[in-house]
Design a protein around this ligand. Structure first.
Ligand code: SF4
Length: 63
């Protein structure tokens, strides 16, 4: 089964990197915090790249 990413919104600084990198998976919510709206919107490798680029490392895989 594909892994599901999620954002710890309390830690998100709204930099936009994940939204810009993988716009088919991440978007901003009404508080300009990133959220996952389609966990299957791109490859795990693309999502991993966004995770690695997040400056506060607040994107994780659900175990
Ligand atoms: Fe928030 Fe990280 Fe995405 Fe930046 S890259 S918007 S800090 S979740």
């Amino acid at each position: 089964m594909a892994r599901i990413p999620y954002v710890v919104k309390e830690e998100c600084i709204s930099c936009g990197v994940c939204v810009d990198t993988v716009p088919t998976v991440f978007r901003f919510d009404d508080d300009t915090k990133a959220e996952v709206f389609d966990p299957a919107g791109d490859t795990e490798a693309a999502i991993q790249e966004a995770m690695d680029l997040c400056p506060v490392s607040c994107i994780h895989w659900k175990e």
